[in-house]
Each structure stands twice: as C-alpha cells, then as structure tokens.
Ligand binder design. Structure first.
Ligand code: HEM
Length: 242
C-alpha cells in the first residue's frame, strides 16, 4: 500500500470523526440552549404542523432570506440547490449497487456543479464589491467561499479537463467504509479535491456552516404563535418551578 493511500485514508478517518462528533456535539449544545421567551417572527403559524410547514419553506425556498435580500437569496439558493444535486451525484461513490434515482440524477449533477460555482462566485463578488458588506467580512468568510469554490473547480476540472479513474476512487471510499483500505489513484486534481473536502469536514463543526443544523433550533422560526393559549416556560425554568 502506498504512502499516499495511507495518508489519505488516515486523513478521511480523522475528518469523518471530527465532523460527526463535532456536529453532534453542537446539536446537543443547541438543543440545550435556553429559549426563555416566546419570540416567533410574526405572522407565525399557530399550530405544530404549521411550524413544520414554515421550516420546510425555509429549508427548500429560503423564505425569510427572500424577504430580506433578493441578491443573497438568488445566489445562495443557486449555490445550495447545485450543492444538493452534486451531493446526490456523489452518492455513486459510496453506494453499491447504485440506486436508480441516483443513476438518473447523474447528468443533472454536472449542471449542479456549475450552478454551485456560479452561486458562490456571486456571493463572493458581493463580499468584495459592496462596500458595507466588505466592511463586515472577516477572513473566515473568505476562507469558506474559497474552500467551496476550490472544491467545485477541482471537481469540474476532473469532469471536463483531466479525467480520473472513478472506479478506483469508489473502491478506495468503499474500502474506507468497510475498513479494507484500497489504493487511491495519485492524480493531482483528485488529491487536491479530496484534501479540500477533508479540510471542509474538519472546519465545518467550528464554522458558520453550522447554520445548516442551526436553522432548526432558531426560536424565531420554530416556535408556535400561541402565547395567550399556553404559558411559555423554558425547560430549565420549569425545573426551577418544581
Ligand atoms: C469524499 C468525498 C468526495 C469524493 C470522493 C469526490 C470525488 C469526485 C470525483 C471523482 C469527481 C469527478 C467526477 C467525474 O470525473 O465525473 C468529482 C467531481 C465534483 N465534485 Fe467531488 N468528491 C467528494 C466531495 C465533494 C464535495 C463535498 C463537494 C462540494 C462541496 C464536491 C464537489 C464536486 C463538484 C462540483 C464536481 C464536478 C461535478 C461532478 O462531476 O459531479 N465533491 N468529485
């Protein structure tokens, strides 16, 4: 087994561990954070199923972002929808046999890759060109955009410019999943793509990308608008009352 294979196999085990433990830890932290007040942004749903529908609209359509800023909404939505298609297309590296819907989605995944990079370019242009946005932009904002665009461009590079042996890539990742390590092809674009992906997995639990799970814990979005019908007591306050 080559040195490179060992390095990448170890890197992905570490990255997967940091990602899973880190995100799970954050989710536990979010779920335990006090929400002492009833603060749903109105007009808000008055039933539980209404809240589920509201959150679904946030996840699929980015509804409140649409109301807030049309430019961020259009670029952000294009990026995320592209990422969604790319993720579905990538499942072929991990599933054996590949499910029919994943086979059918393959060509759309490539358009997804282009859309993802276009959306990110728009979001980055906004941070560089709009004065007041540039003022509040920190190094980590640039880092996340650079990382994601880097992953997208190296991926598209493999799809359109320098092809890699994707059967071996699949064997390597299937091997990691069953702890039977297989050789990884040593193509520079692939190695860069995978290095950036591993970095993304490692920084994810410490980054602003946590907005993905965080959305579900946002009191202004996940609360039912029923303060007159039902007294709101945060779980920790309930314990104090007993
Ligand atoms: C361990 C995880 C990953 C593996 C094994 C992997 C592997 C690959 C490979 C082999 C290709 C070239 C496909 C071809 O030649 O047809 C590719 C393309 C691509 N990858 Fe990844 N990738 C991973 C994660 C990611 C992630 C997390 C993203 C996005 C954040 C991403 C974005 C892309 C894009 C946009 C393309 C070009 C479109 C496409 O062919 O699907 N990849 N990836």
């Amino acid at each position: 087994m080559s040195f490179l294979t060992v390095v990448y196999a170890s890197l992905f085990y570490v990255a997967a561990l940091v990602f899973v433990v880190g995100v799970a830890n954050k989710i536990v932290q979010y779920s335990r954070s006090p929400a002492p007040l009833k603060i749903p942004t109105t007009p808000a749903p008055v039933t539980q199923s209404g809240v589920v529908f509201r959150l679904a609209r946030e996840v699929v359509l980015f509804e409140s972002l649409f109301k807030g800023n049309k430019w961020i909404w259009i670029f952000g939505w294009i990026f995320h929808f592209g990422l969604f298609l790319v993720t579905l297309r990538h499942l072929r590296y991990f599933l054996d046999p590949v499910w029919l819907p994943i086979e059918l989605i393959q060509p759309f995944g490539i358009y997804g890759g282009m859309a993802m990079v276009a959306g990110l370019a728009g979001l980055w242009a906004r941070r560089l060109l709009v004065d007041r946005v540039r003022y509040v932009t920190g190094p980590s904002d640039h880092l996340m955009l650079a990382l994601l665009i880097g992953i997208g461009l190296t991926g598209l590079g493999m799809t359109f410019l320098v092809h890699v042996d994707i059967v071996s890539v699949k064997q390597f990742f299937r091997g990691l999943m069953s702890f039977h390590i297989q050789p990884l092809p040593a193509d520079p674009l692939l190695l860069l793509h995978l290095l950036l992906v591993a970095i993304l997995m490692i920084v994810f639990p410490f980054s602003k990308l946590l907005h993905a799970p965080g959305l579900f814990f946002s009191p202004s979005r996940n609360q039912i608008d029923n303060p007159r019908e039902k007294r709101h007591i945060a779980p920790w306050a309930k314990r104090l009352e007993q």
